[in-house]
Design a protein around this ligand. Structure first.
Ligand SMILES: [Zn+2]
Ligand SMILES: [Zn+2]
Length: 88
């Protein structure tokens, strides 16, 4: 299949308040095909999943170690489960 001639099928919103009203199709070249749809490098669902997982791990590392609640830096205890926070 001529993957390189295909355009990415993801819809993108420009940043800003009115972004969602100006949604348009991604103009980048498709590099992967998943479930019959083509995606460029940054809209590859696998890539997005991995990126989100990394972000989630980072977020969890900063929050409660037990329930993963978001904690303010100055909180010593988790308000959700009461676990004392381990400051590293
Ligand atoms: Zn794209
Ligand atoms: Zn907690």
């Amino acid at each position: 299949m001529a993957v390189n001639k295909t355009r990415c099928e993801a819809m993108v919103c420009p940043p800003g308040q009115w972004g969602s009203f100006q949604q348009h199709r991604c103009t980048k070249k498709a590099v992967v095909i998943l479930d019959g749809k083509s995606y460029c490098k940054i809209h590859d669902p696998e890539y997005i999943k991995q990126r989100d997982e990394k972000r989630e791990l980072k977020r969890r590392a900063k929050g409660c170690q037990k329930c993963y609640a978001d904690l303010r830096v100055w909180w010593k205890y988790c308000p959700m489960c009461g676990t004392r926070r381990e400051i590293k």
